[in-house]
Design a protein around this ligand. Structure first.
Ligand code: ADP
Ligand code: MG
Length: 241
């Protein structure tokens, strides 16, 4: 499981995270929602130490990330796949090459083994026929599905999604959400930052509402969407729904 305890993050004078704590148990899906600038991305990045918290501790499977040396952090981070709003695929590699690069380089898989696994994953995200294509030839939705498959190729125990559909044209949102939903159905442990409220309701075990660097509410989706407790959450939902 992942435990973030009393996370603070400052960028100079800017206090972005102010005492954020969250636990994610195995198999759980936590959806984080909240206004732009509230610190959601920074918090996700603190969890795998892409950002170093100013204060607090992060544990992943009983390993205290915040106490590890950089080399060990890299090792534990392999357990955590991350998918971003902008897909960050390697533009000069084909889809298949994108998927086999890290498993070969980091995990030491043979090309044959890596390709076999990559093809399974492409089938899972519905893109078998795109293995030999370059990312620029794919739609945004297809590129994001490749990015998800690429993260999965490292066989992570956890997946973090940071607004995975925010950069997509509306007609492509569904195909990406379906892939994420199918991952949830297989029991993957996930933290998802999203503005897709219908999806959040469906997929989340727990909804966390962040505003101004703090978690203001943490509740079941039913509770949260039917009866948010804080005015700020009510405001936010009124604007977005
Ligand atoms: P969200 O994902 O909820 O929109 P972010 O975590 O991206 O919010 O940003 C929270 C605040 O932190 C914003 O004011 C943003 O400008 C600031 N911020 C994020 N990253 C940095 C950084 N690397 N340096 C300085 N300020 C940053
Ligand atoms: Mg963000």
């Amino acid at each position: 499981m992942i435990k973030a305890e009393h996370i603070f993050k400052n960028f100079g004078e800017l206090h972005v995270l102010k005492d954020v704590s969250l636990e994610i148990r195995k198999g759980e899906v936590v959806v984080i929602i909240g206004p732009s600038g509230s610190g959601k991305s920074t918090f996700l990045r603190c969890i795998n130490l892409l950002e170093k918290p100013t204060g607090g501790r992060v544990e992943i499977d009983d390993q205290e990330m915040t106490a590890l040396r950089p080399k060990q952090v890299v090792k534990v981070r392999e357990k955590v796949g991350m998918v971003f709003q902008h897909f960050y695929l390697f533009p000069h590699k084909t889809v298949l090459e994108n998927l086999i690069y890290a498993p070969m380089k980091v995990k030491g898989l043979s090309r044959e083994k890596a390709e076999e696994r990559a093809k399974e994953l492409l089938e899972k995200v519905g893109l078998s026929e795109k293995a030999g294509q370059y990312p620029s030839k794919l739609s945004g939705g297809q590129q994001q599905r490749v990015a998800i498959a690429r993260a999965l190729a490292m066989e992570p125990d956890y997946m973090l999604f940071d607004e995975p559909t925010s950069a997509l044209d509306p007609e492509m949102v569904k195909e990406v959400l379906e892939v994420i939903q199918s991952l949830a159905d297989t029991g993957m442990t996930m933290i998802i930052v999203t503005h897709e409220m219908g999806f959040a309701k469906m997929v989340a075990d727990k909804v966390v509402f962040m505003d101004d660097g703090q978690i203001l509410e943490s509740a079941s989706p039913d509770q949260f969407f039917s009866a948010p407790k804080t005015d700020r959450a009510k405001d936010f939902l009124e604007k977005i729904l």
